[in-house]
Write a protein that binds this ligand. Structure first.
Ligand SMILES: Cc1cc2nc3c(=O)[nH]c(=O)nc-3n(C[C@H](O)[C@H](O)[C@H](O)COP(=O)(O)O)c2cc1C
Length: 190
């Protein structure tokens, strides 16, 4: 995660390639429930940063990285795409929509987000991720003009990376140890 950006614009072709990866993202039943909103205009980025209270980050010692990022990619999901898909004949379970073991619409949004992060690196850019606090969600939804059936999962910041010493010291990765591999990966049985 990079939380400081140079004011260098991202070429439109780069952005097109980055967000175009959403068409190749995996999705349960190929439901393709992911939706992206790409915010690039400076006034909109500023308004977005205000809506999520960027000053809280700045007060903590970070650069103004939400408004400073040249593009914000809001990763969203349309849950209803999954219900519609899993009510089709080839997906029915004894005539009914399956009991969802986990919300795959969130899993798939995460996968799309990871593709965006990787594509950004391929374009020579830096990227970050942040979530919208629950009490800010309605403001951000209004700002983006989101329809009721589309939910925000996470936001990705993109831009040419600047010096970001603050993240190494102040961010979650800077303030707590990386868990040992053996805790995270078990072989054959948990
Ligand atoms: C769903 C999600 C939400 C996140 N929200 C925030 C956030 O609100 N603010 C922030 O500074 N970082 C946020 N992060 C970034 C994590 O803090 C970061 O990925 C983690 O500390 C590991 O750092 P690294 O990816 O640089 O190794 C978020 C990451 C994810 C995946």
């Amino acid at each position: 995660m990079v939380r400081a950006y140079e004011p260098t614009p991202i070429p439109r072709e780069s952005l097109d390639r980055i967000v175009g990866t959403v068409r190749r993202a995996p999705s349960a039943g190929f439901s393709q429930g992911q939706r992206l909103v790409v915010v690039t205009e400076p006034d909109r980025r500023r308004a977005f940063a205000d809506a999520v209270a960027e000053e809280q980050y700045v007060d903590q010692g970070f650069a103004p990285w939400i408004s400073g990022a040249q593009a914000l990619v809001v990763v969203c999901t349309r849950e209803e795409d999954y219900h519609e898909r899993y009510r089709q004949p080839d997906k029915l379970d004894e005539g009914e929509e399956i009991e969802w073991p986990v919300p795959y619409w969130h899993a798939d949004a995460g996968a799309a987000g990871m593709l965006i992060l990787l594509a950004a690196i391929d374009e020579g850019l830096a990227a970050g991720v942040f979530g919208i606090p629950a009490d800010r969600m309605e403001r951000v939804r209004e700002l983006l003009g989101l329809p009721d059936d589309v939910a925000i999962v996470e936001v990705i910041t993109l831009g040419a990376g600047a010096e970001d010493a603050a993240s190494d010291k102040l961010s979650s990765r800077g303030t707590r140890p990386r868990r040992p591999l053996e805790e995270l990966v078990r072989w054959e049985r948990f």
